[in-house]
Write a protein that binds this ligand. Structure first.
Ligand code: HAM
Length: 436
């Protein structure tokens, strides 16, 4: 039979790599919690209209990257979420979450975009994200940026290895409209120098022309009117407050007035954290303020700010410059032999787990030699062995697997009741010895 393989651009996450992910997930969640963010989980499938209205009809994501389909059973138009901000906003409105005041929420999960797969760009990828809803103050934008800075530190990234923060302000709607008109005037006057894509965008979303990577248009683009010259007093004050908080906290940043982001819901603060260690897909994190989205999705007006980190890119960066200790595996591998040894081994393994140890029990019959080989390969600190004699006496042999000299491995025979305590001591001795 032909074998069935996974979908292009959608990856399996396998051991031992999965233990790295678990470890990073744990550290990221701890940092988010330390800033008062509570977890939210929303479905992977949402009504297509949510993303069209939320992200914007004339964006790359909505125009060409969404996995949308008609539910064959009831005809509903559905989409695999390409991002999670619109869905979190939907959930907050639907469940009246902002009734009691603002909310800080975080999430982790898969997102889906039909892009051309390459290193750092996948069709199913994962994001850690946060959304602070109901907060309008620049202190919240700043706090999120400080939280990301702390996260880099927690993950062991030296200052030199951390992604660099690029910051811009998109102002408010009237400022953007004035800028948009200035762009249309500017690019219309040079229409023959625009490529086909940009000519089309001139009508639909002239701001995206600034994103064009076409080298023939670089000079034209660099001379285009800048949004920063259209910002009013309030927008400038907001931006200044964010910049000042970063400066006080010692977080380096660069102003980038070409930073526009690929989703339409932003205003005022937008930012990206970019590294040059990952090749073309160097944006590890992106976000900003979206003060009108809640109202636009049918809720009571509530200003908001958030960001998302691409997990694959973050882990690729860590592997490059600051390898992560994987989440711990098992402490003990339980080997057993003799006639019908499995039921007693099951019981012995449970006894060890009740005493706080992580135990992998050998399954099936095999020679003790092959079981010890498995024990070694499992990464466990100890092997616990139960043969006929131990079983009858209600004991087990515990053997250190990572001692200073394996040929003189320490081993002890202990009762089930004492096994946990002895095992923990032996693990501690090995840890001290190995410096782990
Ligand atoms: P985004 O910039 O579209 O923003 O995505 C955030 C991050 O997800 C990117 O910086 C990148 O690291 C990662 N990412 C995006 N597409 C891919 C892909 N195809 N493969 C691998 N990684 C990818 C958002 O999604 C907004 N919802 C962020 C936000 C939250 N803004 C406010 N709140």
């Amino acid at each position: 039979m032909d074998k069935i393989v996974g979908v292009k651009g959608m990856n399996d996450l396998l051991p031992p790599q999965s233990a790295i992910w678990e470890s990073v997930e744990q550290q990221v969640a701890d940092v988010f919690r330390a800033y008062g963010y509570a977890a939210i989980r929303t479905p992977i499938v949402e009504p297509t209209a949510l993303f069209i209205r939320g992200i914007g009809e004339v964006t790359d994501i909505v125009e060409k990257e969404m996995y949308s389909f008609t539910d064959a059973l009831n005809g509903e138009q559905l989409t695999l979420r390409p991002e999670n901000t619109a869905a979190v906003v939907r959930a907050c409105i639907e469940h009246n979450l902002l009734y009691d005041g603002p909310r800080r929420l975080w999430y982790l999960g898969p997102m889906f975009r039909h892009e051309r797969p390459q290193k750092g760009r996948y069709r199913q990828f994962h994001q850690f994200g946060v959304e602070a809803l109901g907060y309008g103050q620049p202190a919240v934008d700043a706090e999120q940026l400080l939280m990301i800075w702390r996260l880099w530190e927690t993950l062991g990234l030296s200052v030199a290895d951390r992604p660099q923060l690029q910051l811009n302000s998109l102002g408010d709607l009237s400022e953007r409209l004035a800028h948009r008109q200035a762009l249309v005037d500017y690019f219309s006057a040079a229409k023959d120098r625009l490529d086909a894509d940009s000519q089309r965008r001139l009508q639909t979303n002239p701001l995206r022309i600034l994103d064009s990577k076409n080298p023939d248009m670089a000079e034209l683009i660099s001379g285009a009117p800048k949004l920063s010259s259209f910002l009013g007093q309030a927008s400038r004050a907001h931006q200044d407050a964010v910049c000042q908080a970063l400066t006080v906290a010692g977080v380096p940043f660069q102003m980038n007035d070409r930073l526009v982001r690929g989703l339409d819901y932003y205003n005022l603060t937008v930012f990206e954290w970019v590294t040059d260690r990952l090749g073309a897909q160097g944006t590890v994190c992106g976000g900003g303020r979206y003060d009108s989205l809640v109202e636009q999705m049918g809720g009571k007006p509530a200003p908001a700010c958030g960001f998302a980190i691409g997990v694959e890119r973050l882990i690729a960066l860590l592997e490059e410059v600051a390898p992560v200790a994987p989440a711990p595996g098992v402490d003990v591998y339980l080997a057993h032999f003799g006639e019908n040894s499995e039921p007693a081994a099951l019981h012995a393994a449970e006894a060890l787990r009740s005493q706080g140890l992580r135990v992998a029990m050998h399954s099936g019959a095999a020679s003790i030699k092959s079981q010890m080989k498995k024990a070694d390969g499992s990464g466990a600190w100890l092997a616990a062995i139960q043969g006929d004699d131990e079983r009858q006496a209600g004991t087990m042999v515990i053997k250190a697997l990572r001692g200073p000299d394996p040929s003189k491995a320490v081993q002890q025979t202990v009762s089930l009741a004492q096994a946990g305590m002895v095992a923990k001591q032996m693990i501690q001795e090995q840890r001290t010895h190995s410096g782990a």
